[in-house]
Design a protein around this ligand. Structure first.
Ligand SMILES: NC(=O)C1=CN([C@@H]2O[C@H](COP(=O)(O)OP(=O)(O)OC[C@H]3O[C@@H](n4cnc5c(N)ncnc54)[C@H](OP(=O)(O)O)[C@@H]3O)[C@@H](O)[C@H]2O)C=CC1
Ligand SMILES: O=C(O)[C@@H]1CCC=N1
Length: 272
């Protein structure tokens, strides 16, 4: 594969997480990264200083050289940016990470036959540990597919999906890190309540979540792992009992549903 030129439109949290991961793990496969945004010049300087990438106030002049154009900006700005981008497109792959977006909203604003991709990474991209469902349209060439794989593998692991699966997984892999962080915050709070210094509370909880995650990664079934912790009639069982009595399953279902519905809502007015 030739070395890839990536143009970012959007320089926020997700763009930074991807840039950071890519430079850590795929630097030798990247020729140039150009990062642009709407107006925040300070943010571009910050990104330039941190990662040594090229930054620019406007993306137009960087389109011809780009192999991949990655839209890392809110869903509602996509229509105007895609419309301005369309006349500049030749054979670039246009990808987005926007929640709810799907492929057809890109396709309908870009020249017919444009290769498009929809990726749903999470912020663990920063440390090369994202899990990123992605989907490609039929115009993506074999070479472009390798570029997408290089990018998702650069920020962690990728999983090729249907468009519907990316919609359905948005809550579970894109947003759920925030659910886990909320649980971490609350456990840290409990540790502080019993007198633990804040820093130590943080380390304890972080290591506990890391260890639990690693056991899952090693392939163990979560129900089995839970049983291993909860001795029958023991103390963990009492805690789990409270979670179940308070409706944890319904809470999680509703949270996943609300997240995915909101992602759909944010792009619903882009149907026309
Ligand atoms: N954060 C996350 O965990 C995840 C986010 N996503 C998706 O990533 C996208 C970006 O989210 P996130 O990084 O969190 O958002 P941020 O608010 O951190 O960043 C948004 C970026 O988009 C830029 N932008 C906005 N409008 C335009 C425009 N018209 N032209 C060019 N750049 C523009 C902003 O520039 P400026 O500052 O100059 O306005 C800013 O750099 C969203 O679509 C979100 O759904 C997907 C998966 C996970
Ligand atoms: O909160 C959001 O809108 C984005 C989509 C997936 C994760 N973050």
């Amino acid at each position: 594969m030739k070395k890839v030129n990536v143009l970012f439109i959007g320089a926020g949290r997700m763009a930074e997480a991807i840039i950071s991961g890519l430079l850590k793990r795929q630097r030798e496969k990247i020729n140039q990264i150009v990062v642009t945004n709407r107006s925040n010049r300070e943010r571009l300087e910050e990104i330039e200083g941190r990662y040594g990438v090229t930054v620019a106030q406007s993306w137009q002049e960087h389109v011809p050289k780009a192999d991949v154009i990655l839209l890392a900006m809110p869903p509602d700005y996509h229509p105007e940016v895609l419309t301005s981008l369309a006349p500049h497109i030749q054979d670039q792959l246009v990808a987005t990470v926007a929640g709810g977006m799907g492929l057809h909203r890109l396709e309908k604003r870009l020249p017919s036959g444009t290769a498009v991709a929809w990726l749903m990474p999470n912020t663990a991209a920063h440390i090369g540990e994202s899990i990123s469902p992605y989907t490609l349209n039929a115009h993506v060439t074999a070479e472009q597919k390798v570029m997408v794989e290089m990018m998702v593998e650069g920020i962690g692991k990728g999983v090729a999906c249907s468009e519907q699966e990316v919609h359905d997984l948005t809550a579970i892999t894109g947003s759920a890190p925030a659910f886990i962080y909320r649980i971490a915050e609350l456990l840290e709070e409990s540790a502080r309540d019993v007198g633990m210094p804040a820093e130590q509370a943080h380390q304890l909880v972080a290591q506990m979540i890391y260890g639990a995650g690693k056991m899952l990664i090693e392939g163990e079934d979560p129900a089995y792992l839970r049983d291993q912790v909860a001795s029958p009639g023991g103390s963990t069982a009492a805690g789990l009992g409270v979670l179940e009595k308070r409706g944890l399953r319904d809470i999680m279902r509703e949270a996943v549903q609300a997240t995915n519905e909101r992602a759909r809502e944010l792009t619903a007015d882009q149907e026309t």
